[in-house]
Structures are given as structure tokens and as C-alpha cells.
Ligand binder design. Structure first.
Ligand code: SF4
Length: 250
């Protein structure tokens, strides 16, 4: 599945971001392409290789040199970066050469993710449940990818790096799968985990891939209800992990 592109493709980068990793200032790079079809995806154009540009390592290196004193980590996100393993390796190598930790945001469903997480100092991933519904894939394909994801979680849990486990919350759906989420989070040492409860939102806050799906499962109000927030708070506190419940509108 790794793509042999003549030129690696990115959507761009931003030298300073406060919103991509909880509590961190990141130099964020967006990779193009994705193997999933999440209906709530707001980066779907880049995920489908639109609005992309060729990767310019020298330009990235120069900009990182100027920004490195002010950022906590380089965060490579997407799209799904592991579809372009060479890009992941190059971004990691340049970041580390500048003394900046490398953070990889991966959906952890590709076979390459298993190896590539080994070079990351921090990993962020979504726990998408129910996976077939949230990945937008036909059931049989989603079954294979879900197995890859669980393997990736097992490997990640055996590593000693910090992780950000993000839970995209679909209205009326995700709360039914708390046991599945708990089983995954419990694989990790609690002090290594930041849990991000992320209510899915729709227009006009974002431009999701499938607006009809979002009209049913996304939070037009931009946040969970007070009752839902309390339940997630209790859930995270029982697991003993750091957590953040996102509110897109207060
Ligand atoms: S994994 Fe991320 S980038 Fe890929 S389709 Fe889903 S939300 Fe979009």
C-alpha cells in the first residue's frame, strides 16, 4: 500500500500551532493521502490528494531552524502519513537533527505504521468506534484495518513513549462502545496517556466529507451536552489518565 510517488506530497506546514497536540506548541506538517474515508473528515481534500504540493525538505529544514527554540515538537499529521514512509522518515530525521522531538499522528491501520511508530517520540491516534461506521469503509475491509489498528495499539502500548489517544465522538453512537474504548486505553500505562474527547462537528464549523452523515451524528452546537461531558470525565478519571474534553464553541 506504500505509494511510490516521484515527489512526496504534503498539504503544507505551519511553524507554530497551539491546537494540534494538547498542551504543546507544534511545528505541524500535513501529509497528503489517506486509506480511510471517514465521513466526518474535514481534511478530506488532502486525504484525497487534492490541494497538495511537493515536499521541500530544505525549505522545511530552514523554517524549522528558525522555529526550533519555540516549539515542543514537530507533529506530522494528515491525511495518513504512513502511506508515504519516506516522508515520515525524512521529517523525523530532520526534526531529530535539530534536536526537536518527532510526533506522528497516524490512524495506525496501515502495515507501515507498525514500523514507523518506532521512530516517533510521541504518537497521536484516533480510537474510532464503531470502526466500520467511522472509517467509512465497507465492513470486510474495515475488519482487516481494525485488526491492524489493534496490533498497532499493542505495539504502541509496549513502547515507552507518550501517546495522545483521541476519541472522535459521534452523537448517539460512540457512547455505546465505551467497553471497547476502555479495553484499548487500559493497554497503556496511564501516566503515558492523554485522552482527548473530541465531539465531531459539522458546518459551518468545518467542511466534512459527508454532510448528510454529519447532520445525524455530529454536534452542530460544537460541544457535548453537560451530561455527556460528565460521563466522559468520569470515564477518564476512572482510567487514571490525563484528559481533555474539546469544546469547539463554548
Ligand atoms: S483517518 Fe483522518 S485524514 Fe484519514 S479520512 Fe479519517 S479523519 Fe480523514
Amino acid at each position: 500500500m506504500a505509494l511510490k510517488l516521484e515527489v512526496l506530497q504534503v498539504g503544507g506546514w505551519k511553524p507554530f500551532s497551539l491546537v494540534d497536540v494538547v498542551g504543546k506548541i507544534t511545528f505541524t506538517v500535513w501529509a497528503c493521502g489517506c486509506n480511510l474515508k471517514c465521513p466526518f473528515c474535514h481534511n478530506w481534500k488532502q486525504a484525497e490528494w487534492q490541494d497538495c504540493m511537493g515536499w521541500e525538505p530544505l525549505m522545511f529544514e530552514n523554517e524549522l531552524e528558525q522555529a526550533k527554540e519555540f516549539v515542543d515538537m514537530v507533529h506530522l499529521t494528515g491525511g495518513e502519513p504512513t502511506l508515504q514512509p519516506k516522508l515520515v522518515k525524512e521529517v523525523a530525521k530532520i526534526s531529530k537533527s535539530k534536536g526537536v522531538p518527532f510526533s506522528l499522528n497516524t490512524n495506525c491501520t496501515t502495515p507501515f505504521a507498525l514500523k514507523l511508530i518506532e521512530i516517533a517520540d510521541h504518537v497521536a491516534t484516533d480510537i474510532k468506534v464503531p470502526f466500520s461506521e467511522l472509517s467509512g469503509l465497507p465492513y470486510r475491509t474495515s475488519e482487516v484495518f481494525w485488526r491492524n489498528f489493534l496490533n498497532c495499539m499493542n505495539k504502541l502500548a509496549s513502547m515507552k513513549i507518550p501517546v495522545e489517544l483521541r476519541i472522535p465522538v459521534a452523537k448517539g453512537l460512540t457512547m455505546k462502545y465505551l467497553d471497547t474504548i476502555r479495553d484499548i486505553v487500559e493497554k497503556f500505562e496511564p501516566n503515558r496517556v492523554t485522552l482527548v474527547i473530541n465531539p465531531l462537528v459539522t458546518e459551518p464549523l468545518t467542511d466534512p466529507r459527508n454532510k448528510e452523515w454529519c447532520s445525524k451524528y455530529c454536534y452542530k452546537e460544537g460541544h457535548l451536552s453537560k451530561e455527556e461531558e460528565s460521563l466522559w470525565k468520569e470515564f477518564a478519571e476512572r482510567l487514571g489518565v490525563k484528559y481533555k474534553i474539546k469544546r469547539w464553541i463554548d
